[in-house]
Design a protein around this ligand. Structure first.
Ligand code: MD3
Ligand code: FE
Length: 204
């Protein structure tokens, strides 16, 4: 892997085309049971441009009550579907000896969607890494340091790329500036899916 900033390891093309297609098919099954929802900003109620769902024991949601992890879908009330085995295998291969991931957040970016610079701090466990897998159109990803004003670097995240955030990068500011149109033929519609696998609660 390539180290983008300290603690941010990047594997371009970690999944080959067949692996990407297999994962996309697994996600169609997951999303049929846990449909994408439109999260809203806690204070303003403004919708995110990214749509979301989750799989695994816990899922990240955001509404007027705030950001949190919960075991059920905010609209169906059903438990999140199980994490596909290919995701657990990716975690085993890249996240080292960490305990199994508890949450996989599924972010769907349509052509105009973006995600502002932020830190991920809704977990109780920051010592475990976060693993990201990208599918579909390429994203312009930006990552800096633990202060918002720190300098940033940009990386194009393409379909099949993996990113592992640990140590000093776990609390780094990061975001998605834009999606580059017509950069992948994987998905049935223009856009991008990003998966983030995480531990949420401290483990034993
Ligand atoms: C750096 N997702 O879900 S993935 C998120 O492409 C999120 O959907 C973006 O930021 C996306 O919170 C970026 C790469 C990523 C994921 C988690 C991180 C970078 C990270 C956590 C800490 C630091
Ligand atoms: Fe994030």
């Amino acid at each position: 892997p390539v180290e983008i900033v300290p603690g941010c390891l990047y594997w371009p093309g970690w999944l080959d085309r067949a692996g990407q297609e297999a994962l996309a098919e697994e996600l169609r099954v997951v999303l049929a049971r846990a449909p994408l929802f439109a999260p809203r900003m806690p204070r303003t109620g403004k919708p995110f441009s990214v749509r979301m769902s989750n799989c695994g024991p816990l899922g990240w949601v955001s509404d007027s009550d705030g950001y949190r992890y919960q075991p059920t879908h905010p609209e169906t009330g059903e438990p999140w579907p199980a994490m596909p085995d290919v995701l657990l295998k990716a975690w085993d291969a890249l996240a080292g000896a960490s305990l199994a991931p508890e949450a996989c957040l599924i972010n769907w970016y349509g052509p105009g969607a973006r995600m502002g610079l932020h830190q991920d701090r809704d977990e109780e466990e920051f010592s475990a890494p976060v693993l990201s897998l990208s599918l579909g159109d390429t994203a312009l990803f930006r990552i800096g340091g633990t202060a918002r004003k720190d300098p940033t670097r940009s990386v194009r995240l393409a379909s099949g790329d993996a990113l592992l955030l640990s140590g000093p990068a776990r609390l780094a500011f990061h975001g998605i500036d834009r999606i580059l149109p017509d950069t992948s033929t994987l998905l049935r519609q223009p856009g991008r899916i990003n998966l983030t696998l995480r531990r949420v609660r401290p483990g034993g």
